[in-house]
Design a protein around this ligand. Sequence first.
Ligand SMILES: Cc1cc2nc3c(=O)[nH]c(=O)nc-3n(C[C@H](O)[C@H](O)[C@H](O)COP(=O)(O)O)c2cc1C
Length: 307
Amino acid sequence: MELSVQLAPKHKSGLLLANPVMTAAGTFGYGTEYSHMFDIQRLGAIVCKGTTLEPKEGNPQPRLAETASGLLNSIGLQNIGVKALIKEKAPLWASWRVPVIVNIAGETVDDYAQLANELDGVAGISGIEVNISCPNVKAGGAEFGTNPESAARITTAVKSATSLPILVKLTPNTSDIVKIATAVAEAGADAISLINTLKGMVIDINERRPLLGSKTGGLSGPAIKPIALAMVYEVAGAVELPTIGCGGITTASDAIEFIMAGASAIQVGTASFTNPRAPLDVLEGIERFMEKEGIKDIAEIIGVARR
Ligand SMILES: Cc1cc2nc3c(=O)[nH]c(=O)nc-3n(C[C@H](O)[C@H](O)[C@H](O)COP(=O)(O)O)c2cc1C
């Protein structure tokens, strides 16, 4: 059974995954946190926590609220900063079979370029996922991700600052995601990940004010799956680059829906909080489905719902 997928066909060294199951940024730490729970080396790729130039403490508490079939978070990119990541995490990743992709976020185009430059050539890092879509930082990523020109500008800047393959991660909080995807593709992205969280709010009726410390947060989990799926379907039909589907994937059949919509790979996010083995369960479920349906190569079903 052939499960491997190429996420950067236009890149000189490519980004070949053994299978299409990845973890979503911010929901799987640096990978190390989960390595004692299951064999994480079996996954297609690990996308680590969003990383900024300087360490960040994130937003005020509370930063999490459960909603109907979803989770609202306003973590605000709490992370150890790129220098510590290179020193403390990358050496371990270099000994792993599973490729690690570093998710980056900044407040200016220069921040993104500098991050890409620092990560270039570091052993243990196989690619960069550019988060132009975080709704939880004030002067940050989300604004870039809602404007095609600035999304393209960041993509170009990152591309010229590193020789690593580049995934650009889009926000759903925009009126036309296809326009952003097209701009990013033309600017040289190797693949497009979508979607990040949707802006949302919960009000504490006893306190009579928004529950989250930063008032609004990003909605994730099963509640957003149909939205994510429709966006992947649209974007996969509009760009020639591989797309990576993300949003509410909890089971193998969720993942297969995204693959049939056109995603070359998928990311498991919030599901890992309730079931730390979720990415592996999804992978094994995909394998069982392929076996049952007599599918020899995952490529046979990528985009099959579009035909
Ligand atoms: C607690 C939390 C932290 C997240 N942090 C990041 C991040 O640092 N960078 C990023 O691009 N996306 C981040 N995300 C978004 C996820 O990677 C994913 O795009 C989103 O949650 C939708 O997928 P899901 O419904 O499977 O969780 C975060 C999501 C959650 C729930």
